[in-house]
Design a protein around this ligand. Sequence first.
Ligand code: SF4
Ligand code: SF4
Length: 254
Amino acid sequence: MGEAEASTRREFIEKGIVGAIAAATTITVVKATGSSLVGSARAQTIPPDAKYYHLFPDHTEMQKRYAMVIDLRRCIGCRACTVACKSENNVPEGVFRTWVKIVEKGQYPIVSHLFMPRLCNQCDNPPCVEVCPVKATYKRGDGLVLIDYDLCIGCGYCIQACPYDMRFLNPVRKTAEKCTFCVQRVDAGQPPACAATCVGRAINFGDLNDPTSEVYQLVQKNPVHTIKPELGTEPFVYYIGLDEGTEFRSAEVD
Ligand code: SF4
Ligand code: SF4
């Protein structure tokens, strides 16, 4: 890319961000006119330990670091997790926070299928957070990557930035949306709905910094893989059983 072209592109992106911020300001003003609660709602929704892209501590320095370990050997593809998630999080028709992908493994004539639950990876270095022009997307001190729906202007930058296609625009609320590990349940001391519902106990959730937790034990005792590790996003959704026929991990799993 030439210098002039790079400069034009940079200007375009900068103008876009300025425009998005201006739009956010407009929306906030409109909301503020309708209700004086916007400021206090924001203060309540963004916790004081929220961290933004360049401020993230290493996960080993965090008091807690929530993670999921999905044992593909135990998943039977029943999709109870998808249904539980829809119900728990009131996800509108036609969109999903989690789903089960059918993946082919191996090469002809030795081929098998895997059922692979997919959801936001709660990345340690989440590119979706960095691009948000209004800081609606943030990462909590326990590693959860969340969205403040009052701040989100639905610009879709984060949807484009997620290399796993885990974000979408909520057609009702018109904001970005994705899996939150069921933050409302986690904060109440409950596991995410998908983990609680999984009949095969394939989905395991917990604090990876706690050596007594099931997720810690599973990671210690089994070979685990993450999706597209070469991107440096450092996903905190680990898979057991993704260790053979590794070709598809980057090429066919989207
Ligand atoms: Fe963000 Fe996508 Fe990573 Fe989730 S999977 S934290 S949406 S980059
Ligand atoms: Fe931020 Fe994504 Fe909402 Fe845009 S759509 S404001 S990037 S959370």
